[in-house]
Design a protein around this ligand. Sequence first.
Ligand code: CP
Length: 325
Amino acid sequence: MAAATASYTFEHQHVIDSSHLSAADIWAVMENARTFAEILKRPIKKVPTLRGKVVVTMFYENSTRTRTSFELAAKYLSADTLNFSVSTSALKKGETLLDTVDTLMAMGADALIVRHASSGICHQLARLVGKRMSILNAGDGHHDHPSQGLLDLFTMLQAVPDLRGKKIVIAGDITHSRVARANLHILNAIGLDVHVVAPPTLLPVGISHMGCTVHDRIESALEEADIVMALRLQLERQQSGLLASLGEYAHCYGITRERLKQYCKPGVVVMHPGPMNRGVEITSDVADDPTLSLITRQVQSGVAIRMALLYLLLGKTPQPDAQVA
Ligand code: CP
């Protein structure tokens, strides 16, 4: 785990694919997020860094954490923000997504934060906009969710500053989870020991080539674990027949206090990207226990990480002169 060097430059125009982030990129995001997390502790959280920039959020799927934290991040950086309303836009009259993005770009948007059910849609948008705007992937289908993977790493580092040799377990619906993919790419890029566990029906083909140890029994996965991340069962993306019942999933794979105590290392910490199916992938007494759970800290990290990403993408270009003639 090597930190970014002083000569490092973040060269990306877009943040779409976690697998495109190098270890140096990831450490640069972490270092910048650390600075922004300090700023967020101040009574006045706003800095003028992105004054004059326009940041648009466009969410085709529901979101609480990602949309609001991107919006807050942009506001704290003094950018102008716009929540594009998919349901009341001309998209409903048949306008294409690409024409819609062209329109937003013509109005001067500098960054577009997109959540969409289609895996790979952000790549298409990036090809359209080129260097005229930055596209940030806020979750596309089950492909990727880079800012979530980065905020998860940031949260882990706050709880366990030296992650070398630590066993990190991702438990749940790996097949349909963009969060799992983001975490696998990011944690692998910096050389960490990642394990995944799920019922065989929720483990994707090729998972054994994704740089992790694969388990189909929760007991072996949790053995000596330092960090356990429970994932939401993506019921809206699953075809039927993958699980006998939610109750059986909870019984065989749910993260419970008893399992953590029996198998994991003392001091184990638990994460969940949210939203949670309480009592299914994680019990409430684990999720709500501040001595075990990093879930609230994940939400807090989201703002600092998204400030860091917006700063790295938009903060390089010269700001307009603030002086009025
Ligand atoms: N973790 C996550 O993406 O949450 P939201 O769906 O609330 O944005």
